[in-house]
Write a protein that binds this ligand. Sequence first.
Ligand code: HEM
Ligand SMILES: [Cu+2]
Length: 559
Amino acid sequence: MTNISVEAIADLPPHSEKPEDWKRFFGFSTDHKVIGIQYLVTSFFFFLVGGLFAMIVRGELITPEADLLDRAVYNAMFTMHGTVMLFLWTFPSLLGLSNYLVPLMIGAKDMAFPRLNAVAFWMVPVFGIILMASFFVPGGPSQSGWWAYPPVSLQNPTGNLINGQFLWLLAVALSGISSIMGGINFVTTIFRMRAPGMTWFRMPLFVWAVLSAQIIQLFGLPALTAGAVMLLSDLTFGTSFFDPAKGGDPVLFQHFFWFYSHPAVYVIILPIFGVFSEIFPVYARKPLFGYKVVAVSSLLITGLSGIVWVHHMYASGTPSWMRMIFMATTMMISVPTGIKVFAWVATIWGGKIRLNTAMLFGLGGLTMFVFAGITGIMLASVPVDIHVNNTYFVVGHFHYVIYGAVVMGMYAAIYHWFPKMTGRMYSEGLGKLHFILTFIGTNACFFPMHPLGLQGMPRRVASYDPEFAFWNVIASLGGFLLGISTLPFLLNMIGSWVQGEKAPKNPWRAIGLEWLVSSPPSHENFEELPIVISEPYGYGKDEPLVSNPDALEVAHATN
Ligand code: HEM
Ligand SMILES: [Cu+2]
């Protein structure tokens, strides 16, 4: 079966961009690999910005009194921290990874709509600037948290049209539009541009995961964007969709918000599940256990993700019968998720494990995810959630997911594909130092939040009762360690890219189309399309992946 869209390839601009030319990273490029790296680098910049805000928040919380910042500034800090981390780091960095890998992994020469792809990327710095501009308007940035719940988010004490909340809503709406463009592009690319022989069940699991995640974007984002626009209208034009003072319904906003924002956590975690599925077979040198079941479980998670959002609203006056239904649907998601965890453990089990930096981050991320899964099931149960709702327990749970699994999984991916992306090898010594600091820092920072929450420390407060001081000091020290942990990473990435050892085509002896082409790949990826003849993850089976490897190689030798 051939799924090549001729029109889409003909749409590519005729010029050829040489992989050695670094200037192309600073301009409007339509090469999915350049766009992928542009996304990754831009989002890492914002990761550092969001991290700086986190350091300020933890700096305030190292003592019980609110002595470092004004309370309003504190509120702005955690709001901007959460917003930057989600909309400017997590989503764009995952899009960057997906952009780089998906066409290579399915044997395509580019994404289906290369120009749309570039436009979607360039919107990221634009809404980043809009969001940062809120530091310079009277009244400062939004203080209502990344949830932006009304009626708090409808307060506008300055009375100005351009205020922090307005800019926040504008940035979020633009981010939604950019992500919808990305969703259309990925779904089309995966459906229409697979190389000959790349059937559904020969597709790498990372591609299955990206497909499942991007389907969520297409059904969920319209709800969030609609909610944001209605809120913007309440704030700016005095309509009363959500304003209780004028007869509006603030809980309605929560439905709009969580109908998207719960599934969004799978938009974030599914690609990381995909990374785990790619990395474990390579470094354990075994086929992935239960490939087809793992593939289908991604789609199952996508389906279930749409019917669980009310678990964020157990304490919002939701009637008991409804809470019970959503508790049941939420618990159901642990089934396909558990299947994946089981498959990874079975893959690693008894393998010849190579503990390089990429694998360490993969294993570390998996461990952290399992821990977060346990606290997640606790939060899904109505009685537990009623007790710890809006305490630090919740903050601890989601940072285990988002730092432990997502950030560590992202690091695993960056190390694993670094030689492919840059044509250079990274330094294992610096990489391992980075891993150790990250692993200790994550646990020291976020574990203490669980006992704090169980003891009743509320979230989003600048000061607290001195009985909570002990765990908060540890959390703050852990947070600062995490800040420091980014230094060896930066040093490694920049240093190795400039003067690392030259990387061969396939340094990890991995199986996958991306490893058949040169490092870094040429502008067109494949001179001649690969013809896929076997299933992925055939470690130890000695089967060729494509019937024309020589054609691919010859084409690249001339490049
Ligand atoms: C060094 C790393 C980090 C530290 C020390 C840290 C710390 C914190 C703290 C203390 C809060 C405030 C909790 C509250 O008042 O409710 C918070 C909130 C939050 N964090 Fe982090 N965090 C870090 C990394 C991340 C990352 C990587 C992400 C996402 C990718 C993230 C996403 C969030 C979100 C969404 C909130 C909620 C903000 C809100 O309530 O509006 N954090 N974080
Ligand atoms: Cu949820």
